[in-house]
Design a protein around this ligand. Structure first.
Ligand SMILES: [Zn+2]
Length: 162
């Protein structure tokens, strides 16, 4: 029997989930998929400057597993940059610790810790800045991306984290 893969802790959903090289015709474009747990491995080491052991603890996996995950991520990113592949960020075995939201009206962004008892339910319904109800839920968007690959957004105008 195959043991189900343990879900890896990912602190925040990615703000960007599709990258594409300029000048490659769509018919020739190949896409490499970076999983969301691979994305988190890169973020912890390259952005947060954690070492492999600290990163492994953050994701609740072993240090060797973390190192393999990071190696896989770097290889994919490297191959995309060198060979001109697009990169999609989706899928993998993960659980978000926080969710990210953006107001469709004023562009305000905020993070909320996911309440495990009512996962996927917006705990604050309206934009904290302008009280707009029409807000984007990044976790939901990523789940939809994972189901169908029909449309990708070339660029999303999320700023960095809070
Ligand atoms: Zn707003």
């Amino acid at each position: 029997m195959v043991k189900p893969k343990k879900q890896r802790r990912v602190l925040y959903p990615p703000r960007f989930y599709f990258f594409k090289p300029a000048g490659v015709p769509a018919s020739k474009l190949e896409t490499v998929n970076l999983t969301i747990d691979e994305y988190e491995a890169v973020r912890l080491v390259d952005i947060e400057n954690l070492n492999h052991l600290e990163s492994a603890k953050s994701m609740q996996i072993s240090r060797p597993t973390f190192t393999r995950l990071l190696d896989s991520a770097h290889k994919k990113i490297g191959s995309a940059i060198i060979n001109g592949y697009a990169i999609s960020i989706e899928g993998g075995s993960f659980i978000f610790v926080n969710n990210a939201y953006r107001c469709r009206k004023c562009g305000y962004e905020w993070d909320l810790k996911i309440d495990e008892r009512k996962k996927n339910i917006r705990t604050e319904e309206n934009c904290p800045s302008c009280n707009e109800e029409d807000i984007e839920n990044m976790e939901d968007i990523l789940k939809k991306q994972g189901r169908g690959r029909a449309h990708h957004h070339g660029r999303r105008d999320w700023r960095g984290g809070l």
